[in-house]
Write a protein of this length. Structure first.
Length: 83
């Protein structure tokens, strides 16, 4: 992570967002990050399918870190890295 970059400290709780709006909001948030910035998502199930979508859309441009892994809450930190 870049020492000069500011962390955004944004958390998106997708549990309270309509399902059709979740992925567009997550990808829009990622698109607005600079390298070294990050955000978190919180969900009630493992967002592994979203990881695969990120891998296809942004190969080599992100890091995916589970901070909580269920059984009731999953929290993932998504960092934008220089590609």
């Amino acid at each position: 992570m870049c020492n000069d970059c500011q962390a955004t400290d944004t958390t998106i709780d997708v549990r309270v967002i309509a399902p059709r709006l979740r992925h567009p909001m997550i990808f829009s948030t990622f698109d607005n990050l600079l390298p070294g910035e990050f955000f978190r998502i919180v969900n009630d199930h493992d967002p592994r399918p979203l990881f695969y979508q990120f891998s296809t859309e942004y190969p080599g441009s992100f890091e995916w870190t589970y901070e909580k892994s269920g059984p009731e809450v999953w929290q993932v930190k998504i960092d934008r890295i220089a590609s």
